[in-house]
Design a protein around this ligand. Structure first.
Ligand SMILES: C[S@@+](CC[C@H](N)C(=O)[O-])C[C@H]1O[C@@H](n2cnc3c(N)ncnc32)[C@H](O)[C@@H]1O
Length: 319
């Protein structure tokens, strides 16, 4: 008696074969390596790997069809990032890949793309300082999330000697709140024009315990503080996951990180109008990046705004 022919229908083994096939290419493995903690558009990846856009699109399609990549549309652009592992082989592949050193030239090319993103952000704030408040009001202003942020801040177990660092204070509107609650406050902003607005506010309000510094918060060494605050800043960073890892050492053990951010949105005009590099963030992404930076996820508050944007106010604790 002859055995029945194997079914030609889609089988779970097909998925495994697609995964093996997609991973069976050194360039595609390097793409996955580059996407460990970042997401890139096809043009950026073509630049990083010095190949044509259509060649890169093909590789990305193979990786996405095998379930190794996920895509995120940001306005007209599509960003690629690693998909969360759906099985043991997928998880083992990423684990093994992350143990390999990233070649120097790949690191340098990734840094160049980050540099281009950061430069676009710096240029925006140099141009827009005179119109800053109006730009902020287009999306989300401090008045809309101040109370929520303060309710999280005031629930933290902080002593009277506690110190704070605000990254990207902009025109310094939140500095008076920090100055009232902390013994010493420092604020780092890499835009001279924005820092000047913050300086004027500190002078107007007589904030004697606030120290302002013109610096890129991701490059400037700073002694650790008890609370680091970023309001609407992370979406201006070239590599937000990496930024959280760089900021983590600035927090004392037992200290806190407070982040106010937009939730993921699709309003691409924010790139042009407000210089946003990222159209908000998924709540899970922030949590994952914080955990990878050695922080524990704390309380979160979510606010819907009338203009359709959603804000997330997040607390992360340094164990
Ligand atoms: C959208 S504004 C937010 C200002 C303020 N936190 C608020 O909520 O109104 C972003 C600020 O972050 C600053 N910034 C962006 N990248 C930075 C970096 N790498 N280091 C320090 N400041 C940065 C910009 O200059 C700008 O002042």
């Amino acid at each position: 008696m002859s055995l029945p022919l194997p079914s030609l229908d889609h089988e779970p083994a097909d998925d495994l074969a697609a995964l093996c096939k997609a991973a069976g290419d050194p360039l595609r493995l390097q793409v996955l390596r580059a996407l460990a903690n970042d997401s890139f558009g096809v043009l950026e990846l073509a630049q990083i790997f010095a190949i044509g856009q259509s060649g890169m699109s093909h590789h990305l399609k193979v990786l996405a069809q095998a379930g190794l990549l996920a895509t995120r549309r940001e306005g007209n652009a599509v960003f690629y990032r690693r998909a969360l592992p759906g099985g043991a082989l997928h998880a083992a592949l990423l684990e093994e890949l992350d143990r390999l050193p990233v070649p120097d030239n790949l690191q340098a090319r990734i840094r160049a793309v980050h540099g281009q993103r950061a430069e676009a952000s710096r240029e925006f704030f140099a141009r827009m300082a005179s119109n800053f408040q109006a730009q902020q009001d287009l999306i989300a202003s401090l008045a809309q999330y101040r109370d929520s942020l303060l309710s999280l801040l005031d629930a933290l177990p902080l002593t009277r000697q506690a110190t704070a660092l605000e990254v990207g204070p902009g025109d310094g509107a939140f500095l008076p709140e920090l100055a009232r609650r902390f013994a010493q406050v420092s604020a780092l902003d890499n835009s001279p024009a924005m820092l000047e607005l913050a300086r004027q506010r500190c002078e107007r309000e007589g904030l004697g315990n606030v120290q302002l510094q013109l610096a890129d918060a991701l490059q400037q060494p700073h002694s650790p503080v008890d609370c680091v605050v970023l309001n609407m800043v992370l979406h201006h960073f070239a590599a937000p996951a990496e930024a959280m890892r760089q900021l983590s050492p600035l927090i004392n053990s037992g200290g806190h990180l407070l982040i106010t951010e937009l939730c993921s949105h699709n309003q691409a005009w924010a790139r042009e109008a407000c210089g946003d590099l990222w159209l908000g963030f998924e709540q899970d992404d922030l949590a994952r990046w914080a955990e990878a930076a050695g922080l524990r996820v704390g309380e979160s508050l979510y606010l819907g705004l009338k203009n359709g944007f959603q804000i997330q106010v997040r607390h992360f604790a340094k164990p």
